[in-house]
Write a protein that binds this ligand. Sequence first.
Ligand SMILES: *[C@@H]1O[C@H](CO)[C@@H](O)[C@H](O)[C@H]1NC(C)=O
Length: 224
Amino acid sequence: MIFGSSSIFIIFIAAIQTAYTSSLEHDGSLFVKLEHYLDENNEPVERGNISVQSIRIGQTQVYQNILNPQQSQMLRNLASSNSFYQIRAIANGKPYISSVKACMLAEAELDDRLSISLDYAGRVVAVSQIIASKSSCEGATVPLDKLKYFTTNVYVRHAEMGPIPDTASYIQRIEREREAKERGEGKDNRSLFAKYWMYIIPVVVVLVISSATNVENGGAGAAN
Ligand SMILES: *[C@@H]1O[C@H](CO)[C@@H](O)[C@H](O)[C@H]1NC(C)=O
């Protein structure tokens, strides 16, 4: 009976493990269009695109436009007004917005990182921008020709899988427990008092105290 239900449980765990493995085996490619906002009137312009050739190993190719002098100036204006620089990444028709302080990007001289986060099935859940280098918005005026070329590293991040059940050792443990039960091992052969003394003693103490008090009270009552 016990063995029957644990077998079903083991089969269930094995099925989960198979599902995990097959989703990891699935590879694919991904195309991400990159846009950014260089002024405050909310019109995104094209920044470039990312091809992820292999989702599994995170192999990517990045194409980015060179900023023209006017765009470099716009970016510098965003930085000097302490505004945010925002990107809009479009993957599978869905936009993913991410922003950083424009002064950080400017002082890092357009050196940034993009992280593409995927869920367990390889679907995009976020595209976020991180400024890589020691940028801290010190108020430095960056020359415009340093605000032309993005040098971007792209990271593909996979969802945390969580602990995958270790089926083999789980089965072994169940088997060992079952055998131990059959041999009568692991049974607690201590006496009731040895097992529960920590509960019994306080109760006894309380009983003794209260009965002592009752005797005193009773004695006083009898004297009246
Ligand atoms: C990706 O960007 C490059 C460089 O800007 C461009 O030549 C190419 O056409 C773009 N690809 C797509 C599919 O938009």
